[in-house]
Design a binder for this molecule. Structure first.
Ligand code: ADP
Length: 190
C-alpha cells in the first residue's frame, strides 16, 4: 500500500504494566507498517518523559497531564494521516476514555502481563527498586493499574511471542484501514 496524507490516520494506545511489552510490540509494529509504506510515528512514554513532559512526576494529576500532552500530539498526527503508536503505562481508565473521545480515530491495545511476569523480566530494574522502597507510586506494586474494559486488541504477553502479539495489532490496523477507506454512502442514496 502506498500510504499518503489522504489516508486516514489513527492512534493505537498501548497500555499495560511496566515491562509488559508495550515498547517492544510497538517497535515491531512500526517496522512492519513502515516497510509496507504506511506513515507511522511512535510516542514512547519513556522518551516523551525526557523531553515533552520532563517536568512531570507520577501522581495521578501528573500522569494525567503527561497523557494529555501526548494525546495532543497524537491527535495532530492522526488528523494528518499518521498511524500513531503511543506506548505508555496509562494506568487510569478515565484519562484513556478522555483520549479516546478527543482523538476519535483511536484504539486501545491492552498489553497484558501479570505483575509476576513483569517482575521476573524486570528489564529496567524498576520492580526491584520499587520493592526496596526506592520508587514510590510504582504501578502494579504501590500504585493502581486499571485494565481496559473493552480494548480493541489484547496481547497476552504472559504466553504470546513478540511476533504473535505484533501480528494481532497489525491485523487490526489493516482491518480498520479497510473500513475507514470504504466510501460512505452519499445522503441522496438513502
Ligand atoms: P514496556 O514498554 O511495557 O515497559 P518493554 O517492551 O520495555 O515493556 O519490555 C518487555 C520485555 O518483555 C522485553 O524484554 C520483551 O522481549 C519481553 N517479551 C516477552 N514476550 C513478549 C511479548 N509477547 N510481547 C512483548 N514483549 C515480550
Amino acid at each position: 500500500m502506498n500510504h499518503s496524507k489522504n489516508c486516514p490516520g489513527m492512534t493505537l494506545w498501548f497500555t499495560g504494566l511496566s515491562g509488559a511489552g508495550k515498547t517492544t510490540i510497538s517497535q515491531v509494529v512500526e517496522q512492519v507498517l513502515i516497510s509496507e509504506g504506511y506513515l507511522v510515528e511512535r510516542l514512547d512514554g519513556d522518551i516523551v518523559r525526557q523531553f515533552l513532559t520532563k517536568d512531570l512526576g507520577f501522581s495521578k494529576a501528573d500522569r494525567d497531564e503527561n497523557l494529555r500532552r501526548i494525546g495532543f500530539v497524537a491527535h495532530l498526527l492522526t488528523k494528518n494521516g499518521v498511524i500513531v503508536l503511543v506506548s505508555t503505562i496509562s494506568p487510569y481508565q478515565d484519562i484513556r476514555a478522555e483520549m479516546r473521545q478527543k482523538i476519535g480515530q483511536f484504539a486501545e491495545v491492552y498489553v497484558n502481563a501479570s505483575v509476576e511476569t513483569c517482575e521476573k523480566r524486570d528489564t529496567k530494574g524498576l520492580y526491584r527498586k520499587a520493592r526496596n522502597g526506592e520508587i514510590l507510586n510504582f504501578t502494579g506494586i504501590n500504585d493502581p493499574y486499571e485494565p481496559p474494559v473493552n480494548p480493541e486488541v489484547t496481547c497476552d504477553t504472559n504466553c504470546e511471542s513478540v511476533d504473535e502479539s505484533a501480528a494481532k495489532v497489525i491485523e487490526y490496523v489493516k482491518q480498520r484501514m479497510t473500513q475507514n477507506l470504504k466510501p460512505s454512502i452519499p445522503l441522496r442514496m438513502i
